[in-house]
Design a protein around this ligand. Structure first.
Ligand SMILES: C[S@@+](CC[C@H](N)C(=O)[O-])C[C@H]1O[C@@H](n2cnc3c(N)ncnc32)[C@H](O)[C@@H]1O
Length: 355
């Protein structure tokens, strides 16, 4: 906007002046905060307009020929003036083009919006978007305030809404987080490994990917019944279905026993300490005496700076430092046998049952 560009122009003039004026103080190296646009960071209108446009399928309606605002409001079931304001705002930000007053077309950004999954406000994206509104309560109490908005704690809410649960599973899987196309480096290598239990393994992408790399290994996918029921197609597509069994169960109950490796990927970051100890204890109880428990996610190197994740707000999850985790593992009857950032870029912790 013109008001913003005026101070920038003045700044350029100043630096030109410095070049020809040796007595002026030397130009200071710009600090990272100089490039921060706080107004842009504070803007809530654009993120919400984008989500509303996606939820109303505006790119699809416009692409189908409903370009006039009256027609678009009718087909999307909206108030015409309010819809016009939303689209006008997005067009001013470069998403959609207002060809003439009240006539819109899709540009590349609008097409990308149509392709974006998990931002529909009626799906898991809406759950997460609204949860950010509970941040103040979360920070004050350290407890998730999700149920204030949705009436139930997160996992109970998913259980009560199977479509949202299916959307969450898809977000965790290849359509959302992508295919986990990396190996886990184990102390002593994979040769001794014959069985893996992927605890809270979602719809099985990581397990299937590991089994494809390691043909001697069989796997058991453990997750909630609704989630494992959605795993079949993915496991088939990896060509490993003959080596996978699924167990729809609560991972706070006893786990399939006697496996060589219990994998916890992106699970412990969803839980506070007591539940983390309980899950680890189930793994410790089930593992063979020389079995191992491998953790990805929920543990970070001691020197890592703190950061905020939506898993903390929705479910009260936590990422422990390695020192904190070592104590939680000890309480669960495990000892940390190794930890480090692997060639995949992931921080991986390997535990063994305590002697
Ligand atoms: C963040 S997802 C991670 C999924 C998968 N490991 C991955 O890396 O994509 C957490 C998983 O824990 C599962 N889960 C949550 N509570 C559970 C419980 N009580 N028993 C079994 N699985 C549970 C969820 O269904 C979900 O698949």
């Amino acid at each position: 906007m013109p008001e913003d560009s005026a101070p920038e122009a003045a700044a350029h003039e100043d630096s030109a002046h410095e070049d020809s004026a040796p007595e002026a103080s030397a130009p200071e190296a710009s600090a990272p905060e100089d490039s921060i646009d706080l107004d842009l960071m504070l803007d809530l209108s654009t993120p919400w307009c984008l989500r509303v446009a996606a939820t109303l399928r505006l790119p699809e309606h416009i692409a189908a020929g409903h370009s006039d605002i009256g027609e678009l409001a009718a087909v999307a079931g909206c108030d015409q003036d309010a819809l016009h304001a939303v689209l006008g705002h997005l067009a001013s930000q470069g998403v959609f083009t207002e060809e003439s007053s009240g006539r819109f077309s899709c540009n590349r950004a609008a097409e990308l919006l149509a392709e974006s999954r998990f931002i529909d406000l009626n799906g898991i994206g809406g759950r997460m978007a609204h949860t950010w509104g509970t941040l103040l309560d979360y920070v004050r109490t350290g407890q998730p305030a999700y149920q204030q908005v949705f009436g139930r704690p997160f996992w109970e809410d998913l259980a009560a809404h199977p479509k949202i649960a299916a959307d969450f599973d898809a977000l965790m899987g290849p359509a959302g987080h992508g295919v986990p196309d990396f190996d886990i480096e184990l102390s002593g290598g994979w040769d001794p490994i014959r069985t893996i239990v992927d605890v809270g393994g979602g719809t099985g992408a990581m397990l299937a990917s590991l089994l494809r790399r390691h043909p001697q290994v069989r796997g058991i996918l453990v997750d909630l019944p609704g989630t494992v029921a959605r795993a079949g197609e993915l496991i088939e597509s990896f060509g490993v279905a003959d080596r996978v069994t699924v167990e729809g169960q609560n991972f706070f109950d006893p786990l399939p026993a006697g496996a060589d490796l219990y994998l916890l990927k992106s699970v412990l970051n969803d839980w506070p300490d007591e539940q983390t100890v309980a899950i680890l204890r189930r793994c410790a109880e089930a593992a063979r005496p020389e079995g191992r428990i491998v953790v990805l996610g929920g543990v970070s190197p001691d020197e890592t700076s703190r950061s905020l994740g939506i898993d903390m707000l929705v479910a009260g999850g936590k990422t422990s430092t390695l020192t904190q985790f070592t104590e939680l593992a000890r309480r669960a009857g495990l000892e940390v046998a190794g930890a480090g950032t692997q060639s995949s870029g992931r921080f991986v912790v390997e535990c063994r049952t305590a002697k």
